[in-house]
Design a protein around this ligand. Sequence first.
Ligand SMILES: C[S@@+](CC[C@H](N)C(=O)[O-])C[C@H]1O[C@@H](n2cnc3c(N)ncnc32)[C@H](O)[C@@H]1O
Length: 271
Amino acid sequence: MYLDENPGVAIGSLWADKGLTIQGKDNERLGYPTQKPLALMERIIKASSNPGDTVLDPFCGCGTTAYAAESLGRKWIGIDISRFSTGLVQRRIVDNFGYLNRDDIAIHGTPENPAQARDLAQADKFEFEKWVCGAMGANGMYKNPGERGADGGVDGVVELPVIRQVGSKFESQTEYVIIQVKGGNVAPDSVKALSETVRRLGAVAGVMVCFRDQMGTVENQRSKELWSDAYQQYPVIQGFSIEQMLADERPNLPPTWGYKHGGKTSAPQLL
Ligand SMILES: C[S@@+](CC[C@H](N)C(=O)[O-])C[C@H]1O[C@@H](n2cnc3c(N)ncnc32)[C@H](O)[C@@H]1O
């Protein structure tokens, strides 16, 4: 067989085939502004490595390379300067590859205890927010990662499948939970403002993530309203401490919130 006798055009340096675009593939989008299409990363990995090899992406973003490498039987390492990325990549892989759980994916360089978390909060407020949002499973930052400035009371948004009963059937509806992060003192007004933000954006709930010593203020100031899925009621506004997050505890959200140990974000077993 001779190459020049084969039909078609040899692949060039500009790849614009339809299959390589992320446009329209809403189920692939994670809200990460520079996310690359999975098909593109798969092509690169297949062309340049074999199963069992290790793939390194030193600017891994939301982990498309890691995802493609995992699905093609490669080992992988991702590096990113943003602490939002680390939690997001871990969650993306764990949620999509049922044989893995959070402990299988080691993260280096993020806080492992409350003292380190306080150090990060003091050293870089925005990186602290990003780290929390990534660890809480926010699908996207409300702003672009790294963008500074007023956030309108929203640091991250969690997309949550909620099981509701519609007539005699159960169906999964997509709802949103607002994440607000405070690395220092929680002002009473900011707890009240979170209720307003949740209402304004049509979210079902808001979680104020702060250190344990601020949880009293959240508890005293929060609205006691409830919302419900098909099974039970949950607080519209709640506090969740950094200490709880580091201990892998769960906020009071439906089980479809898959943060703990790789629980899937979809819930077909309930349907
Ligand atoms: C274009 S994005 C990568 C997107 C990725 N391909 C995906 O599909 O999600 C580039 C990433 O590089 C990260 N980055 C920028 N400067 C960096 C640095 N000096 N070291 C490590 N990561 C860095 C950014 O935080 C960003 O997530």
